[in-house]
Ligand binder design. Structure first.
Ligand SMILES: Nc1ncnc2c1ncn2[C@@H]1O[C@H](COP(=O)(O)OP(=O)(O)OP(=O)(O)O)[C@@H](O)[C@H]1O
Ligand SMILES: [Mg+2]
Length: 279
């Protein structure tokens, strides 16, 4: 997006210490979805799976409006990664649609989706370990190399350490640092929506905090984000709205704050929420 201003994010402090609803009580984030015009991305009643005759998604509807940070939480095996893969053209869709800014993109392949403005950071294997940080970022732009300098500036303003260590091989980085490289690579193509699959998985608590802060910064820089997270409470704290996925369906939705207080959500997903409460 041309109106992204990385300078806006320079003075970001630890947003996780605060309730994000308090951190941004005004503006488009407080509008009801119906007041926000067209979603930047919508899955409409998606049905699909990996094996013939076995559906993992059983009618999954998720909407992200421009500028929103959307969380997807739910138990293991609920289909959270699968819905991101379905959006990103990586599984067979048997029913429903994926709509990007009004355009039906159902079933398009990843390379097409990237040029149309969908960025994806998968859960695993999301960097090229034998390539340097800079080369990893270049790989994100292989379809549009002419804008490298401009995008490299943008990404390294968000993640200054990637710029400083541009010649270091990604394989020698820590898990948290790799996650930054993976997000940076996805941001090179100026996505209007970024899909993140469990960005905090496997990281130490300090690195998790940092990763959530970075996701928040990316979103504040103007990129709509759909983030799958196993760290339910943290996810609900920073997102504008969230969906609880259960057996391939969107079982509950609301603002992060609403879902954190919803007795049904707490009762059904107590394990996940309770496990996070003490931290
Ligand atoms: N490549 C695959 N082939 C067949 N089945 C798969 C494949 N990947 C996932 N599944 C199945 O799809 C279901 C949903 O998996 P998915 O990875 O979407 O869950 P998830 O909600 O992301 O879980 P987690 O929290 O553990 O990451 C699971 O039952 C899983 O076994
Ligand atoms: Mg998953």
């Amino acid at each position: 997006m041309s109106d992204i201003n990385p300078n806006e994010v320079n003075d970001e402090t630890n947003v996780l210490a605060e309730d994000s609803a308090r951190a941004r009580p005004q503006g488009p984030h407080t509008l009801a979805p119906t007041d926000r015009g067209e979603p930047v991305l919508k899955t409409d009643n998606l049905i699909g799976g990996y094996l013939p005759g076995v559906n993992i998604l059983n009618g999954c509807t998720i909407e992200a409006y421009p500028g929103e940070l959307i969380g997807i939480i739910g138990p293991n095996g609920a289909g959270k990664s699968t819905v991101l893969k379905a959006i990103f053209g990586q599984i067979k869709i048997r029913g429903g649609k994926v709509i990007l800014k009004g355009e039906d993109i159902t079933g398009l392949k990843a390379n097409k989706l990237v040029t149309k403005g969908v960025g994806m950071v998968p859960q695993n294997n999301n960097v090229f370990p034998s390539l340097t940080i800079e080369e990893n970022l270049e790989m994100g732009l292989f379809q549009k190399p002419s804008i490298f300098a401009e995008r490299f500036d943008f990404v390294t303003t968000l993640f200054p350490e990637l710029g400083k260590r541009r010649k270091q091989r990604a394989g020698s980085l820590s898990g948290g640092e790799r996650q930054m490289v993976a997000m940076g690579r996805a941001l090179m193509m100026e996505p209007s929506v970024l899909l993140l699959d469990e960005p905090s998985a496997g990281l130490s608590p300090v690195r998790q905090d940092e990763t959530f802060m970075r996701v928040h910064q990316i979103n504040r820089a103007g990129v709509s984000v759909i983030m799958v997270e196993q760290n339910a409470r943290r996810c609900l704290q920073i997102c504008d709205r969230a969906y609880v996925l259960d057996q391939g369906r969107d079982a509950y939705t609301g603002t992060g704050r609403e879902l954190m207080k919803d007795p049904k959500v707490i009762e059904l997903y107590l394990g996940t929420l309770a496990a996070d409460q003490g931290h």
